[in-house]
Ligand binder design. Sequence first.
Ligand code: 13P
Length: 335
Amino acid sequence: MSELNNIALKILEKGKGVLAADESTATMTKRLDSVNVQSTPQNRLLFRETLFSASSMTDCIGGVILFDETIKQISSKKNKIPELISKMGSIPGIKVDTGAKVLASSPDEKITEGLDGLRERLSEYYKLGAKFTKWRGVYSISKEYPSKLSIQANAHALARYSALVQECNMVPIVEPEVLMDGEHSANECYQKTSEVIKKCFEELILHKIDLSGIILKPNMILPGNKSKDKISNEEVAKLTLKCLESSVPSEVPGVAFLSGGQSEIEATENLNLINKYNNTKFIMSYSYGRALQQSALKFWGQNIQNLDGTQKIFNHRAKMNTLAAQGKWSKDLEV
Ligand code: 13P
């Protein structure tokens, strides 16, 4: 077993998943604004280190994706953040893309940037303790989108990123996110997501990526958030499995879904059903941002001193998702 495969399996072992705490400062400011907390480096750190010190970090959270600011911060108890995460029994990771920008020649679409100077940044992050990384490509669905151009260009960037990350002995999380925004049906999401994922693997293989040393972070197959097409959670799970089974090479050890705007319970319920029906050999777990943090952030915004209470809420969500990653969740566990 390769060292990278070991890390990937460790992150996802026994129903563990990933906490995506890598919001850029602009996104984190939006999140903090929504609960009336001022977005200062100290407040961003306080909320995040509260989560990173919670007991579920040991039992449920196999890895944490950090943002550049956070990986360099020192906690209130004088721990470097990657050390705090490791001490809790989890693995520190880092978002390394620099964001999605307008795609020249197709200005309604996005291309993710951050390849320039990436080799040097990776070596810095590795020294800071990161063992895995994340890069997110984004695609929107409409009649003509995602275009062949955006599918090709983002797959190429994800592959170049993955090659540099593996060269630096870290596990790349490969995140092609087909957005939920729009009026499209679940079937359109299925078609487009399949096309996007297949192209990603075509490029990853061309770039000689060790597929046993990556984690795929896809969206689930859902109808658009403005769609008239409503499907059951069972159908979401079955379509998602069908899509991944037919587009992901068998060497890939695991999948960690993004939540992408689903509510906390929806993201948990869908993951649980995916695991109930999973006949593939892939581990199916989570790498949630909003679906792990939303309630904890809301509580903290109203009770900024109450760190125990904030942790309790976060621990509950992490536990529910870890049960779901084993197909062992049920609604009555949510009180
Ligand atoms: P959400 O789970 O909030 O979609 O965030 C996951 C993520 O890391 C997006 O890049």
